[in-house]
Ligand binder design. Structure first.
Ligand SMILES: Nc1ncnc2c1ncn2[C@@H]1O[C@H](COP(=O)(O)OP(=O)(O)OP(=O)(O)O)[C@@H](O)[C@H]1O
Length: 335
């Protein structure tokens, strides 16, 4: 396990300020997921921690030691890339053995470690194959195995499941959660996938334009976001943002309502016309034109039929509404 601490970290690519005043402490053993829009600096953050890029200001400490100038190989971290980055000319076993040979481990130690990882990831039968002879899911497991076999103090995962189909993603997600439970190694994990973020993370870091917007447990961020950006980023379908005038709400410019918190009502505060509806089996998504705000989505439980263009009225509990000012800052209600 490793305690990781980033203090006032800045990173530029030319004029581009890619990481701006990053402050983040990750105690040993924690599973931290980083989310944010494309280009916000997630991968760069992993790369500076791995030592693959230098920072321009601030400090990175591992177990209390500043590692700013420590080369990647000496940082005791292992990174798993979205692209797998396996050596194509080597077999699976050779891919796993490579870094251990560089570390100077004996043949017996290497084969013990590889056997352990093969068991963990059910890879034993593929040991003699080259990466080109494996499916995408199997290659991904080899990439995971290559990180695991090194027994690092910190894993850095950069969208490791993004090339897998939905079923494999779920299986591998469960595998990663199990590995974390078993080994207790700290993990920093970048993803675009909401489900991965919500289900795997002890804490989620939400980034925007090189800055950290909020850090907290998945449900803290979901229930108590500091601003409209975080509120809109987590949750699917996304939170609705409705002009407060339309709802006769005072004290806020914008009211945030999650789709599942809107319900059909004979007398309600939100009136609109049906633009579209989607039958999902378990739920029905209703898309409404409510006038000045963007279309509003309501998630209704069960299977329901509607007429396009029909008028509907929706209502909500005041406790479920989040208030934002015109700049998108959260202004209430205080929790
Ligand atoms: N080697 C590089 N040289 C110059 N600019 C770079 C380099 N790598 C990344 N950038 C820029 O830095 C910014 C952050 O990139 P980064 O890859 O960290 O974003 P990201 O959040 O991981 O994006 P994505 O979700 O699309 O992978 C982007 O504007 C990108 O164009």
């Amino acid at each position: 396990m490793m305690d990781l601490c980033l203090t006032s970290v800045d990173k530029f690519y030319g004029e581009n300020h890619v990481l701006c005043d990053i402050n983040l402490t990750i105690p040993g053993g924690e599973f931290v997921v980083i989310v944010g829009p494309s280009g916000c600096g997630k991968t760069t953050l992993l790369r500076v921690i791995a030592g693959l890029e230098q920072i321009d200001d601030g400090t990175i400490e591992m177990d209390g030691v500043v590692v700013n100038d420590l080369p990647s190989a000496s940082r005791n971290v292992a990174m798993v890339f979205q692209s797998y980055a396996l050596y194509p000319h080597m077999t699976v076993t050779e891919n796993l053995a490579f870094s251990l040979e560089l570390e100077g481990l004996t043949r017996v130690e290497i084969s013990d470690r590889i056997d352990e990882v093969f068991r963990m990831l059910s890879l034993a039968e593929y040991g003699d194959r080259k990466p080109s002879e494996l499916s995408g899911g199997q290659r991904q497991r080899v990439a995971l195995g290559r990180a695991l076999v090194r027994k690092p103090k910190l894993f850095l995962f950069d969208e490791p499941l993004s090339n897998l189909d939905a079923a494999l993603r779920m299986n591998t997600r469960i595998e990663i959660a199990n590995i974390h439970r078993t080994l207790g190694t700290s993990i920093l994990y970048v993803t675009h996938d909401q489900t991965e973020a919500m289900t795997l993370a002890d804490r989620i870091v939400v980034m925007r334009r090189g800055r950290i917007e909020q850090v907290g447990s998945p449900l803290e961020l979901y229930n108590d976001p500091v601003n409209q950006f975080v509120a809109g980023f987590l949750g699917s379908p996304a939170m609705n943002f409705i002009d407060s005038d339309l709802l006769s709400v005072s004290g806020a410019a914008i009211v945030g309502l999650r789709p599942q918190h809107l319900r059909l009502a004979t007398a309600g505060r939100l009136k609109g016309r049906i633009l579209h509806f989607e039958r999902l089996g378990s739920d029905t998504h209703l898309v409404l034109d409510v006038g000045r705000s963007a279309p509003v989505i309501a998630r209704l439980v069960g299977q329901q039929e509607f007429g396009i263009d029909a008028p509907v009225t929706l209502d909500f509990d005041d406790d479920d509404a989040l208030w934002f000012d015109a700049e998108g800052r959260r202004v209430g209600p205080t929790t």
